[in-house]
Write a protein that binds this ligand. Structure first.
Ligand code: HEC
Ligand code: HEC
Length: 270
């Protein structure tokens, strides 16, 4: 298949009245080869985080009429070109402003599609969250609970149903990664570490911070332990593991559906 050239994309941007007005003001007529070109750009640049067709993944779904960080088309162009500081959404310096406007029009068109349907009963899911799952011993939700694990207040906006289900069944499969440059490699936000102290005690927890000399661990009970690396008998990093238990067997398939429906309904305040 022939790839559309950059100049045809630019032509498109001039030909189609896409330039950003407020909110849903842009009503792009994306069709045929033009649509195919923007879709290709989306697939190559955006889909690995925002999902194929913008259904969401490790980044927000675009199947929603309002995007919090991009309320207007101009704001979305800025988000695309400059990124959102402190998040995995880095700026796309390789894209032109015209391409960013094309993508903005495309993302807006996704927002007019119906939202994802999730099986399960969110009311029953809410009861499970508060019940034996003990989710709030680690998570915080709308200000309630212990707060060291990810805040779930708007998790339904950030992750799609498939990712939510995977988070419950295979925790650690898609660990959040902090956008920090680090000499210790990619910085999983919840790297599990097991140590044997000088006195032979084993201790495990998630890494809070680490440099060449010191390691700060948070045990599952939330307590912090500051350890001198040279005093340790052993130190094992367990990437891919999570402090969160898997709920694959603790809940039935129907209960997992309910819990996913509940989590998917958590959009935070708009
Ligand atoms: C490496 C992963 C990644 C890629 C690739 C990526 N994004 Fe994002 N994007 C994110 C994350 C994470 C957020 C949410 C940041 C936050 O608000 O916490 C985000 C947020 C956004 C938002 C704001 C959403 C909202 O709810 O307000 C827009 C718009 C956006 N991205 C557009 C794009 C476009 C268009 C592309 C492709 C050019 C793209 N992103 C590529 C990770 C990514
Ligand atoms: C022992 C602490 C602990 C318990 C109990 C726990 N979690 Fe988690 N959870 C975590 C940690 C830490 C992470 C981040 C690391 C990861 O993704 O594996 C996480 C990740 C998640 C995520 C993905 C969040 C994101 O932003 O990526 C969801 C959803 C989630 N948990 C839901 C639940 C639900 C629902 C329950 C109860 C049924 C629960 N958790 C119980 C510690 C816990």
């Amino acid at each position: 298949m022939r790839l559309l050239s950059l100049s045809s994309l630019i032509w498109l941007a001039i030909a189609a009245p896409l330039a950003g007005q407020a909110d849903s003001a842009s009503d792009p007529v994306l069709a045929g080869a033009e649509l195919a070109a923007v879709e290709r750009l989306f697939v190559s640049q955006c889909a690995r985080c925002h999902g194929m067709g913008g259904t969401g993944g490790i980044a927000p779904s675009f199947r929603q009429p309002k995007l919090r960080r991009a309320p207007t088309d101009d704001a979305m162009v800025r988000v695309i070109l400059s990124g959102i500081p402190g998040t995995a959404m880095a700026g796309f310096w390789n894209l032109s402003e015209d391409e960013a406007r094309q993508l903005t029009a495309y993302v807006r068109s996704l927002g007019r599609l119906p939202p994802e349907r999730v099986p399960g009963d969110s009311g029953r899911g809410r009861a499970l969250y508060a019940g034996p799952g003990n989710c709030s011993t680690c998570h915080i939700l709308a200000g309630d609970g212990a707060g060291w694990a990810p805040d779930l207040t708007d998790v339904g906006r950030r992750l799609n149903a498939a990712f939510l289900r995977r988070a419950l069944i295979e925790p650690g499969a898609d660990q959040p990664v902090l956008p920090l440059p680090s000499v210790h490699g990619p910085y999983p936000a919840y790297l599990v570490i097991e140590v044997t102290t000088g006195s032979g005690k084993t201790l495990s927890g998630t890494r809070v911070s680490e440099d060449d000399f010191t390691l700060v661990l948070r045990a599952v009970d939330g307590r912090l332990h500051s350890l001198e690396k040279t005093s340790l008998k052993a130190l094992r990093k367990l990437p891919g593991q999570s402090p969160m238990p898997s709920y694959a067997t603790a809940f039935s398939a129907e209960q997992l559906d309910d819990l996913v429906a509940y989590l998917a309904s958590l959009k935070g305040e708009q």
